[in-house]
Design a protein around this ligand. Structure first.
Ligand SMILES: *Cc1c(COP(=O)(O)O)cnc(C)c1O
Length: 413
């Protein structure tokens, strides 16, 4: 497919590597384990280091297997270019390392992945001011903005309570004010949603989850959508202003965030992620259909106190989800009625595995308040709407009948 025709999502991923010649006609981009790269002569080495000639310098800054994955992610997000990292957290950490300075202000959704929340706490102790707001309404974001606000950061669907940010209106606000809008797209994945459509400047993905999809590799990525005007961003060093402004942001992040911080993705992991990514559409279709079925079954049961899933019409942001996303995601959470112990319930499940990952092919369950949100304490949990009995479910690709039966029999027991 060496032409410029626009193909569908899966066709594009499957044939992405072949856009460039691959060694020996291999259909998978090979795993290049070499940390260093030799050149014909010393002048060529210098030219590569000075960016006058394309090529690889040292494994921490770039690797051919990782580059092939970066191009794939860029195509998935319809972006300009991407950088991969060792984990999703390394990608988020690199943002702050590379883009923020003392006295800067960040507006972040209050409904956040637990470790991102923890990272923000660290950052606020280092001279950067962070405001946590209820991002389901753009008004709260607008009220929090100051002259020093550099970044607005939100997740698409919050884990575990599934609140959905007011994605489009926040995007419009940021565009109007020239503020960098960063969207963590992990919970939707580029198959369900492309944050570029709501004017995000940077898109973050934890590749570990739905993109790799099998719980066998860690990885993260940042994609520049090309929509943000980096000349509006005051923290770009002159060194990274040599190329066209659309490249300033990622150039600085690749140097200050990836190169200097060192959270580089290993080529073996990049290979696992690339293979996993080939089937993301197939997996997500099945996972989302399974999630709708199980969430509906639980919602209709009198022993269940609440089910939080954007696919239910009872969900406060059901309309936004319907409008923006291809489907409602593979994650939901629920609360049992008083008197039913959440640990006992999970112990009665025969298929769903008690484990902390999500976006896996297998269905995983976790008691949120006692595990991933334990460290933050009861007050902050309550402010995020997390009940002490909340069970999070990451729905896998099991046969729907088996899954429904498993969640039902655990209620009956
Ligand atoms: C898992 C996750 C991350 C972090 O990704 P890791 O690869 O585990 O570091 C960030 N954001 C969201 C929404 C996640 O679910």
């Amino acid at each position: 497919m060496n032409d410029t025709k626009k193909y569908g999502f899966t066709t594009t991923i499957l044939h992405s590597d072949r856009q460039k010649s691959i060694e020996h006609g291999s259909l998978h981009k090979p795993i290049h384990t070499s940390v260093t790269f030799g050149y014909r002569d010393a002048r060529e080495l210098a030219a590569v280091f000075q960016g006058k000639q394309s090529g690889y310098r040292y494994g921490r800054q770039g690797n051919p297997t990782v580059s092939a994955l970066e191009e794939k992610i860029t195509r998935m997000e319809d972006g300009l270019s991407s950088i991969c990292f060792a984990t999703g957290m390394a990608a988020i950490g690199a943002l702050f390392q590379a883009l923020l300075r003392q006295g800067d202000h960040v507006v972040s959704s209050a409904f956040l992945f637990g470790n991102t929340n923890s990272l923000w706490q660290t950052v606020s102790g280092q001279g950067i001011d962070v405001s946590f707001v209820d991002a389901t309404d753009v008004q709260h974001v607008e009220t929090a903005l100051t002259a020093k606000t550099r970044i607005v950061f939100v997740e698409t669907i919050a884990n575990p309570r599934t609140q959905i940010a007011d994605l489009r209106r926040i995007g419009e606000l940021c565009r109007e004010r020239g503020i960098l809008y960063i969207v963590d797209n992990t919970m939707t994945s580029p198959y369900l949603f492309q944050p570029k459509t709501v004017f995000a400047g940077l898109v973050m993905n934890a590749l570990t989850k739905s993109i790799a999809g099998h719980g066998n590799a860690l990885g993260g990525s940042l994609t520049d959508t090309g929509l943000y005007d980096w000349t509006m961003f005051p923290n770009i060093f002159d060194t990274y202003k040599r190329n066209v402004p659309t490249q300033w942001g990622l150039a600085q992040i690749r140097a200050k965030g990836l190169r200097d911080f060192g959270g580089s993705l290993a080529p073996e992991a990049a290979h696992h992620i690339a293979v996993g990514a080939e089937t993301i559409a197939l997996r997500m279709e099945r996972e989302c259909a399974n999630a709708v079925a199980v969430a509906r079954m639980l919602e209709a049961d009198s022993r269940v106190a609440a089910v939080h899933y954007p696919g239910l019409s009872s969900h406060p942001q059901h309309r936004i989800a319907t409008e923006l996303f291809r489907s409602y995601g593979s994650l939901f959470s629920f609360e049992l009625k008083d008197g039913i112990d959440c640990f006992d319930y999970m112990n009665r499940l025969k298929l769903a595995v008690p484990a902390s990952n999500l976006g896996d092919t297998r269905t995983l369950v976790i008691p949120v308040a006692h595990t991933i949100f334990y460290e933050m304490g009861p007050e902050r949990r309550a402010s995020m709407g997390i009940a002490e009995s909340l069970i999070r479910v990451s729905v896998g690709i099991e046969d729907p009948i088996d899954l429904l039966e498993d969640f039902r029999q655990a209620l009956d027991a």
